[in-house]
Design a protein. Structure first.
Length: 196
């Protein structure tokens, strides 16, 4: 896992150094712009002898094919481990591959709203049960970017409609299909967006 994190940091550092060679553009997005965003989450909880540890890294890269439309891809890796005393109750890792498309309503502005459609393929490995789960997810959401400089924007988003299908390890297991509608304003995501 350390190798993955160090590799991602090196790629981001090289991308940032390359981007600094270019002249600074104006705030907002334009055709041909490339941006990097994503998620990095670390959590550690303890209640008495119970411990929970989780980790997620999920970088995204997007490219503006027109003035209003951006397409992109993401890779993700995460782990979740829980212990009750000296007994491990959950020990899972996940690998995600995804693609997304966004429509920006005012891309050239300092403040821009967008609609986001994403498709993810998740592979979960349950180390305790020695099983692998495959999950397909598709989601539609809304978001916004606010540029604080010509290259950096604060990004916020919320999901509005999603569908997931999990095979629960296959081998005859019943699938779990979930359809969700409505923005969960308790689960708004915030992040930083870097434009090249």
């Amino acid at each position: 896992m350390k190798k993955i994190i160090l590799s991602m940091v090196a790629v981001l550092a090289l991308s940032t150094a390359n981007a600094q060679d270019k002249k600074s553009g104006s705030e907002g997005f334009a055709k041909g712009d490339v941006f990097v965003t994503g998620a990095l989450t670390l959590s550690n909880g303890k209640t008495g002898d119970n411990k929970d540890n989780a980790f997620l890294v999920e970088p995204k890269v997007g490219y503006f094919v027109t003035e209003n439309i951006a397409i992109g891809a993401k890779l993700g890796f995460g782990s979740n481990k829980s212990e009750a005393g000296s007994v491990t109750t959950v020990d899972k890792t996940a690998f995600t591959v995804g693609a997304f498309g966004r429509y920006y309503f005012t891309p050239a502005s300092k403040f821009s709203l967008f609609a986001n459609l994403g498709v993810d393929l998740n592979n979960w490995k349950n180390k305790l049960a020695d099983t692998k789960e495959k999950e397909f997810a598709i989601g539609l959401g809304l978001g916004m970017n606010y540029f604080v400089s010509s290259n950096f924007a604060i990004e916020a988003g919320v999901g509005a409609l999603s569908y997931t299908s999990n095979d629960n390890g296959g081998n005859g297991a019943d699938k779990t299909n979930t359809l969700s509608f409505g923005g969960d304003w308790r689960a708004v995501t915030f992040g930083v967006n870097y434009k090249f």
